[in-house]
Design a protein around this ligand. Structure first.
Ligand SMILES: Cc1ncc(COP(=O)(O)O)c(C=O)c1O
Length: 411
């Protein structure tokens, strides 16, 4: 059945623009550029300069980058690595793959780690900057003096300062910039950097089939799947079928939902993905300005409503709000308005069909994370979300206004 509303989606290739699609078409017919080429070094160099760090080593995802960092740290087997709950299983999984023990720490109401709950028996601590809202690094340093790995999967921008011993970034499909799958490990420590470079070589490149899946992603999303979202379930069905037939890759594999490792992780970043990431990287500041403008609009429109708003800081990868009926709102937005809003995180270790005990999370361990996972929904801020009313008619034809109009019913 056709839907009268234009689809709005928080997650389906949100950063992809026409030039990214054109690049993917070109790459599809240049398989000699897929694995090796100059783009890998160029991306690493550009990254170093942008962040002002000494070393940057690329991998095929944030999770591969985290795994490489854990390997480089060479911690004894079974060492305890702290991480916050209200996270993606892509964070505890590399800890398990490295033979280490994840220790979940509850989060505070700002979705970041609760600094009062950091235990003192950790070998390393992962500090996540959830939704691009900066964690309070000064306070963390006052309570914890051990090794720190920063998880910048949700953030990247000119205000980022790396304070940890090492940090990693993600370029997956719905992150700050995207090449469908990609990541970067950074550090100022020469010993860690040397080991990261060795690890990158040791991991090797993913296969050509995997690279092709990532090149096809923006193409199928842009030309087929998103247009079919006008017909509610048709776009979704096409996406599921493409993933089931392995034409496209999934964001999280069935193995990862059980604490296991798929064979395409960990790997180095192929040249094709580096080219796609470079094309997005040059648009980063523009993306982030747009995110800030949309966030400002949400702040203005949703103040003094039942929605609990996030702190006004950081890059707002997603605008996360709290509401007692969050899941009802998500359902209605999708079924009545053709709006796919976000549900990060619906489980203390997401996605919600993750087998928590296999990821070493026991129910009740982190009660605030569990509470937040029931009441949080995310609004899109990406470059393809338009802002304002139609200048011609004054009607709410623009995306951000349509979202706000819908939410006001729940205010
Ligand atoms: C908080 C967080 N950290 C790390 C990751 C891993 O990033 P990637 O998808 O690039 O492996 C993700 C996303 O999946 C995430 O949400």
């Amino acid at each position: 059945m056709a839907n009268k509303f234009k689809p709005i989606s928080i997650s389906l290739s949100p950063n992809v623009q026409k030039d990214d699609v054109a690049l993917a078409w070109k790459l599809l017919f240049q398989p000699w550029k897929w694995k090796q080429g100059n783009a890998i070094k160029k991306l690493e160099e550009d990254f170093k300069k942008y962040l002002g760090v000494k070393y940057a080593v690329s991998f095929n995802s944030g999770r591969s980058s985290l795994y490489a960092i854990l390997k480089a740290l060479n911690l004894p087997k079974e060492s305890k690595v702290g991480l916050q709950a209200f996270t993606c299983n892509a964070v505890p999984n590399p800890i398990l793959w490295a033979g280490l023990n994840p220790v979940y720490i509850d989060c505070a109401n700002d979705f970041n780690i609760d600094t009062n709950k950091i235990p003192n028996n950790l070998s390393a601590l992962i500090v996540q900057h959830t939704f691009g809202l900066p964690a309070d690094t000064q306070e963390i340093q006052q309570t914890y003096q051990g090794i720190i790995i920063e998880d910048f999967a949700h953030t990247l921008g000119k205000d980022i300062k790396v304070f940890g011993d090492a940090a990693f970034f993600s370029f997956s499909r719905d992150k700050v910039i995207s090449c469908v799958y990609g990541g970067m490990a950074v550090t100022n420590n020469p010993e860690i950097a040397e080991k990261l470079a060795e690890t990158q070589k040791e991991f090797g490149m993913p296969g050509l089939f995997w690279i092709k899946q990532q090149i096809l992603h923006p193409l199928l999303l842009h030309h087929i799947i998103l247009p079919l979202y006008h017909f509610i379930d048709l776009g979704k069905l096409f996406l599921i079928a493409s993933q089931w037939l392995h034409v496209l890759s999934k964001a999280v594999s069935w193995q990862e939902k059980r604490g296991l490792k798929p064979d395409y992780f960990p790997k180095a970043l192929p040249n094709a993905q580096a080219l796609m990431a470079l094309n997005q990287f040059k648009k980063l500041d523009n993306f982030n300005n747009h995110r800030k403008n949309i966030a400002e609009f949400y702040f203005k429109e949703l103040v003094n409503t039942q929605f609990v708003l996030p702190k006004n800081d950081g890059i707002f990868l997603r605008f996360a709000v709290q509401h007692p009926k969050a899941h009802e709102i998500l359902y209605e937005a999708w079924h009545q308005q053709n709006m796919l809003l976000g549900d990060w995180y619906r489980s203390p270790v997401d996605p919600r069909d993750t087998q928590l005990p296999e990821l070493k999370y026991e129910k009740g361990m982190c009660q605030n994370a569990e509470r937040l996972s029931k009441i949080t929904l995310n609004l899109p801020t990406h470059i393809n979300i338009s802002l304002g009313r139609s200048p011609a008619t004054g009607e709410a034809t623009q995306d951000a206004q349509r979202i706000v109009n819908f939410l006001k019913k729940w205010s």
